[in-house]
Design a protein around this ligand. Structure first.
Ligand SMILES: [Zn+2]
Length: 185
């Protein structure tokens, strides 16, 4: 059985390492010419649990640091599941990316079930290539037009989350490349 073969339980003699003499195992490996055997008792861990949020962000490499810093300021590091897709909320609602939408909703449902999250935090960003692909270059021609386009996208995102998971909180924001963020909704 899968559970029997792949588990990690501190009370289990195999997982906790008490079944084997670790030094003997490592010594035998060294004698056999194995340079590095990183064998160690596996820590007990659980794939599920209670976490704060799922964070939806864009794949744009420039956003990794500002998004991380923002979540760090909010003390959410290690407390969220993450879904990263071109355009963030744009990738979840834009007709241009229709083939992607279900993957997000399925992942959100899994995170609700496994991580018992309370909310989803969608972080769109300025100068987003996926947004201009989805809605045309004019939609991001001025900062005001860009703001309005993301305001509409994120409103649609909130409606769709509410329709599927009315119990879930939703936060939606538009982040600039410098990490400053305006929230909608
Ligand atoms: Zn982007």
């Amino acid at each position: 059985m899968l559970q029997a073969r792949f588990h990690a339980d501190a009370s289990c003699r195999v997982c906790s390492g008490s079944l084997f003499d670790r030094r003997r195992v490592l010594g035998a490996a060294a004698a056999a010419g194995v340079a590095a055997l990183a064998w160690r008792p596996r820590r007990a861990s659980a794939a599920g649990g209670q976490y704060e949020a799922m964070v939806l962000a864009c794949i744009d490499p420039r956003m990794q640091e500002p998004v991380h810093d923002y979540l760090e300021r909010r003390r959410l590091i290690g407390q969220f599941s993450q879904f990263t897709i071109a355009g963030a909320a744009v990738g979840v609602v834009a007709p241009r990316f229709a083939a992607w939408h279900q993957a997000f909703w399925d992942n959100l449902a899994v995170s609700i079930e496994l991580h018992r999250i309370n909310r989803v935090i969608a972080i769109d960003h300025r100068d987003c290539g996926a947004a201009s692909l989805a809605y045309g270059i004019a939609s991001v021609g001025t900062a005001a037009a860009e703001t309005e386009m993301h305001r509409a996208v994120l409103a649609e995102f909130r409606r769709e989350v509410a329709a599927r998971h009315p119990q879930l909180g939703v936060e939606t924001g538009l982040m600039a490349l410098d990490g400053s963020i305006i929230m909608f909704g």
